[in-house]
Design a protein around this ligand. Structure first.
Ligand code: DHB
Ligand code: FE
Length: 279
């Protein structure tokens, strides 16, 4: 049987990818950020996944404002790094798992979460920056990746509660897949940041740290946070944090936090990162 053994969350700031791709990760501005991921780089070697279900948001790259799926599951055999205006990042093509993704779509849709099935999709920094942070710069990514793109760009975004429950449905889907696979679920985006308007640059460290405190032991205290609180407290892009709740919903009720890292700022964003293991 396939089994979820751990979850990982991380911000996905595009400037992190640019720093890596341009050889700047040892510069004073970036070094503390990349040092914060050294634990994850070793942990993932010791606890390698066969498949990562990678929850991220597309930033109007693969989906324009013409089509905006709330939850879109990547069912293709592979996903190319997207050109976001400066050419595609020089990172490997992302290999998917069509059969497993089709099973997840079948299970989750019959569980009444109406995913959009996507058979062709380029993946932007929301997906490739987390892979780079955790796996470095390999010739090929060391595992298969099933992208799950969540709309947090155009309102209405899904609620945190809906995301948490989708995570639970994903867990039921994984647990009914007959192949022996070690599966991780990653939730990306956040933490507090606002990229435009009079409050651009907003970062709310106490609010972020409360989110980091609660998501492992007490996710129920986070699922009711409404869109207005995300906007007010975590800035206009803080809503990306609902994607962490999909990751958390896919894990067991009780988890162990094996890694917690928080760093301000990377570009305009408060960077947060957790590894949670099922007990
Ligand atoms: C930044 C952060 C993001 O999450 C994003 O998608 C784009 C930009 C930033 O901090 O610059
Ligand atoms: Fe983003």
């Amino acid at each position: 049987m396939a089994r979820i053994y751990a979850g990982l969350s991380t911000s996905h700031v595009p400037a992190i990818g640019a720093a890596l791709d341009n050889g700047k990760s040892h510069e004073p501005y970036w070094r503390p950020l990349f040092q914060g991921y050294e634990f994850a780089r070793q942990w993932i070697l010791d606890n390698p996944p066969d498949v990562v279900i990678l929850v991220y948001n597309d930033h109007a790259t693969a989906f324009s404002l013409e089509i905006i799926p709330t939850f879109a599951l990547g069912c293709a055999e592979q996903f190319a790094p997207a050109d976001e205006g400066w050419g595609p990042r020089p990172v490997p093509v992302v290999k998917g798992d069509s059969r497993f993704a089709a099973h997840i779509a079948q299970s989750v849709i019959l569980d009444e979460f109406d995913l959009t099935i996507v058979n062709r999709m380029d993946v932007d920094h929301g997906l490739t920056v987390p892979l780079s942070l955790v796996f470095g710069a390999p010739e090929a990514w060391p595992c298969r990746v099933i992208p799950l793109a969540v709309n947090v760009v155009q309102y209405p975004a899904p609620t945190g509660n809906r995301c948490f429950n989708l995570g639970r449905a994903i867990r039921r889907a994984v647990e009914t897949y007959p192949q022996d696979l070690r599966v991780m679920v990653w939730g990306t985006g956040g933490m507090s940041h606002q990229l435009q308007g009079p409050r651009a640059g907003l970062i709310n460290q106490p609010w972020d740290n409360r989110f980091l405190d609660k998501i492992g032991p007490d996710p129920q205290s986070l699922v009711q946070i409404g869109h207005l609180e995300y906007l007010r407290e975590a800035g206009s892009e803080g809503i990306e944090l609902v994607m962490w709740l999909i990751m958390r919903g896919a894990l067991d009720e009780k988890v162990r936090t094996v890694r917690r890292f928080y760093h301000v700022p990377a570009s305009n964003t408060a960077v947060g990162h957790l590894i949670l293991e099922n007990l």
